[in-house]
Design a protein around this ligand. Structure first.
Ligand SMILES: Nc1ncnc2c1ncn2[C@@H]1O[C@H](COP(=O)(O)OP(=O)(O)O)[C@@H](O)[C@H]1O
Ligand SMILES: [Mg+2]
Length: 207
């Protein structure tokens, strides 16, 4: 039987470098002969990507925090079923651009849902599954927004207030500090190469 693959998550605010470093980590692990799946949330499978479309759209009546959280976890359940669990069980490494911590940060700290309600959804959906490493790319929201702007089209989250983004950042840092064995905080204001080196070291430590 294959050994279970490594489950690595990248977290952080908009423009922190998650997608950039998710690709780099994928390439770095693949170059070491590992079989790697790169994926993202919300999304990652056809069903979960369809739910992503619902989440990111602007609805005439708006979207309340509970609906947003439930849709995030619906997408996550589909992603776990359709991609993450099968890949890990097949011995593949999974690099995921955002995961459950994003729900605590955005729907919890950002939108104001109590963490206990997010925790209830987490227990229901994940049933004990945890990433092996959560890499938190920490960056001042002003800097992240400036970087994200170079990408063009903005979604509902990228147009949130700086106050919202500061709450998101603080929530990531707090969760990371609570569990230093699984979380690594990386200063994402450093040059790309320095960030990449810290992330690789953090992943290497659990190979
Ligand atoms: N350490 C860095 N220094 C300078 N620019 C960066 C750095 N990390 C990422 N970028 C750039 O910032 C932009 C946003 O990065 P991206 O990976 O899309 O962020 P995220 O997925 O976290 O929103 C991209 O143009 C990327 O090349
Ligand atoms: Mg991204």
């Amino acid at each position: 039987m294959n050994k279970r693959g490594l489950f690595v998550v990248l977290e952080g605010g908009e423009g922190a470098g998650k997608s950039t470093h998710a690709r780099r980590l994928r390439d770095w692990l693949a170059a070491r002969g590992r079989s790697v799946v790169l994926t993202r949330e919300p999304g990652g499978t056809p069903l979960a990507e369809a739910v992503r479309g619902l989440i990111l759209r602007d609805w005439p009546e708006g979207m309340d925090a509970a609906t947003e959280a439930l849709l995030m976890f619906a997408a996550r359940a589909a992603h776990l079923h359709g991609l993450i669990r099968p890949a890990l069980e097949a011995g593949k490494d999974v690099i995921c651009d955002r995961f459950v911590d994003a729900s605590y940060a955005y729907q919890g700290a950002g939108r104001g849902l109590p963490a206990e309600r997010i925790a209830a959804l987490e227990r229901f959906t994940l049933q004990g599954l945890q990433p092996d490493r959560v890499l938190v790319l920490d960056l001042a929201p002003e800097l992240g927004l400036a970087r994200a702007k170079t990408r063009g089209v903005e979604n509902r989250f990228e147009t949130e207030s700086l106050e919202f983004m500061r709450r998101v950042r603080a929530a990531y840092l707090e969760r990371a500090r609570r569990d230093p064995r699984r979380y690594v905080i990386v200063d994402a204001s450093q040059p790309l190469q320095a960030v990449a080196a810290e992330l690789q070291a953090a992943v290497e430590a659990c190979l």
